[in-house]
Design a protein. Sequence first.
Length: 319
Amino acid sequence: MPKALVVLTALALAFLVFLAGALSTYFQVFPYQLLRNAFIAADALQQDQNEINLDDLYIGSKPFVAKDALTPAIDWTEPGVKQYDPGRAYQGYTIYTPVRSDFPIRLVDMDGNTVWQWEIDWDALDVPRLDGLDLKINAELAQRRIIGLGQPTLLPNGDLLLLTHTGWFTPFGLALVKVDKFGKPIWVYTKQVHHELSLGPDGEIYVLGHVAVNSPWPGLETVATPFIDDTIVELSPDGEELRVISMLEAIQNSEYASLLMYANPNDHKGDLLHANSIKYLDAAAANHIPGAAAGDVLVSMRNADVLAVINLDAARVVW
């Protein structure tokens, strides 16, 4: 076969492949979704590799795992609300908190339109830490997506309570921040809090925390140190620490101490409980749970497959 014919055949095949790809993308038919997922994964992997080369990786209670710091690529092809049925949706506003800290926090209406947004002044949060850890919060780290955003809690006057975390440290909690409606910090609580908070009747704040345990723990001798102890932190409305309750101790001090028999001693992060939700119980809610009382908190412990009610005064699981 003449070389010219071979070249023309190859070019024709390449054009057909290109045309098929273009049509697949335009009409979003097979294999559009497979190709799209592959490109997104490749982009995320490349970002992950770039991040891993940073010279300020945090090493906490367990060795750094690259996948924990992965920030998936953003799909900008179809921004906005994808589906909205007014007859079935509860009307109102939604706070949209991006995973990445280089985006504003937005309040959106039912059609996805931004009605307000908070631009966080990250450099104003670069203050000495209460826990003495070598963890920082500033605009540079936010822009590099090393800071992650957690649950926002909107207060009646437009102030916002915002949890921050990082995938570059174990445990991963960073701080709890209160900002005004313009994103200016009012106060910052610089201990490792995470996931979720709940408000009491007088504005007190109940938030999940965690700390690294570096010494052997009675009753958990099979678990190698360091590992993580989840905590419940009570703060005043002004961010003052009122008390800290150890969840491991609350379990051990109760009739449910046997739950710790099922703690995984081989978890690569030493994350025995992984508390991920907390709710303050008022009298009405407590009436639905045997043994619970107003002022107790309901917590979820993912890695233990447990929902538990903890009496904070007794520092003990009661249900």
